[in-house]
Write a protein that binds this ligand. Structure first.
Ligand code: PLP
Length: 401
């Protein structure tokens, strides 16, 4: 009889978003006229920038002509995009990242989930609690609920920022700006992590999906702003949340050539080569049309349009954050991230607050406990709805709760 990978049986059944939908449906049936405002799912709502759309039209036309049609492309991404990324996101900011260290992909979800393919099974792995669930679930898929998995507790006492591990850890997933808490890591704290990784020969898997939302000069947009991080870190970046590519799908992963380790036979191994090998074996590249769309993000117009999108959502984040703080709510995030992490009022857990918010204010958010046990008693609101709806949501909360 064939066997399944039984590690999948150890995964927490993810009831979060299905339970939310079920509760909304039930509520809407009983209250058909309720105008429900959704501040739950972390998906953008504004359309793609005009320069991106123009570029898509042009490349669709190229695909229709014999002379300009493209079939399979390079698995790591077209040179035109890798060079643009290296130049704009790194070199112009004084960071030494070359185009051959950029691997274009179809999403940071895939890459943060797949990176384990090139890492050994005997590593100890640390993941924050609460966490973007992909790191945890894909680690369990590979290793099972193993004693090699350690949780870094993030809570009110440490401002939802993990402490440097006291136990030996080989690999750590860090995500800043953070989903779900909206917290960020300043330069000093990030340097502590990089220095720790270098001295322990550990690897940092750094998810920077929300870097575009960083407003504070003291918060690095890339882990490679920290000296020597190219020897201990891989960075994941996405076009989803800055340029609205959640449906179009494009991201990239930076695997520096300086990132090396030693295999059991004593040879030095390059992670850049290993990831290149992994991608060219299991991935046939991001569509040409989508890579041309991503290239347009780096045009002068594209950069302006992306800046406008980010400002729009960050204005919403400020409306939520400031509106709630003014009425005495305890909130985290929302200053350098499109998420506001709210402490539920006395006597409420994450789910009972969800119910109250829906029933009294007709607002949907995400219960913090869905991101890990330390999320219990907290609640995530997103800045991705319209300005008008966001203002109305805050008014409803401050009037009815
Ligand atoms: N990383 C984090 C922290 C996220 O919150 C998300 C999406 O919500 C992703 C990665 C996924 O990004 P992508 O759309 O590029 O797969």
């Amino acid at each position: 009889m064939f066997k399944i990978n039984e590690n999948y049986l150890q995964l927490n059944r993810n009831y979060l978003f299905s339970t939310i939908s079920k509760k909304i449906d039930e509520f809407a049936q009983v209250n058909p006229n309720a105008d429900i405002i959704r501040l739950g799912i972390g998906d953008v709502t504004k359309p793609l920038p005009a320069s991106v759309i123009d570029s898509i039209h042009k490349s669709v036309d190229e695909m229709s002509k014999k002379e300009t049609f493209r079939g399979y492309g390079p698995e790591q991404g077209y040179k035109f995009l890798r060079e643009k990324i290296a130049e704009t996101d790194y070199q112009k900011r004084g960071l030494k990242i070359d185009a051959d260290e950029i691997f274009v992909s179809d999403g940071s979800k895939s890459d943060t989930g797949n990176i384990g393919d090139i890492l050994g099974y005997n590593n100890t792995i640390a993941i924050t609690n609460p966490v973007y669930p992909v790191y945890l679930d894909t680690t369990i898929m590979r290793l099972g609920n193993s004693d090699k998995l350690h949780l870094l507790e993030c809570n009110e006492e440490n401002g939802f920022l993990p402490e440097i591990p006291s136990k030996p850890i080989d690999i750590v997933f860090l995500c800043y700006p953070n989903n779900p808490t909206g917290t960020v890591m300043n330069r000093k704290k990030m340097k502590l992590w990089v220095d720790w990784a270098l001295s322990n020969k550990s690897l940092i898997l750094f998810d920077a999906a929300y870097e575009a939302y960083i407003m504070d000069e003291d918060v690095p947009k890339s882990i490679f702003e920290i000296e020597n991080a190219e020897k201990c870190a891989i960075e994941f970046r996405s076009f989803s949340k800055n340029a609205g590519f959640t449906g179009l799908r494009c991201s990239y992963t930076v695997v520096p050539k300086a990132l090396k380790t030693i295999s059991s036979n004593g040879d030095v191994q390059s992670l850049n080569l290993l990831w290149g090998r992994r991608q060219s074996t299991k991935f046939n590249g991001t569509p040409y049309i989508v890579q041309r769309a991503a290239e347009a993000v780096y045009s002068i117009e594209g950069q302006e349009e992306v800046g406008d999108l980010v400002s729009y959502y960050m204005n919403n984040a400020a409306v939520i954050r400031n509106g709630l703080i003014s009425k005495g709510w305890t909130v985290y995030g929302g200053e350098n991230a499109p998420y506001v992490w709210l402490k539920c009022p006395e006597g409420h857990d994450s789910w009972s607050f969800f119910d109250q918010l829906l029933e009294k204010c007709h607002i949907v958010g995400t219960p913090g406990v869905g991101f890990g046990s330390n999320g219990e008693g907290y609640f995530r609101l997103t800045a991705f709805n319209s300005y008008e709806k966001t203002v109305e949501a805050v008014e409803r909360i401050n009037t009815h709760l």
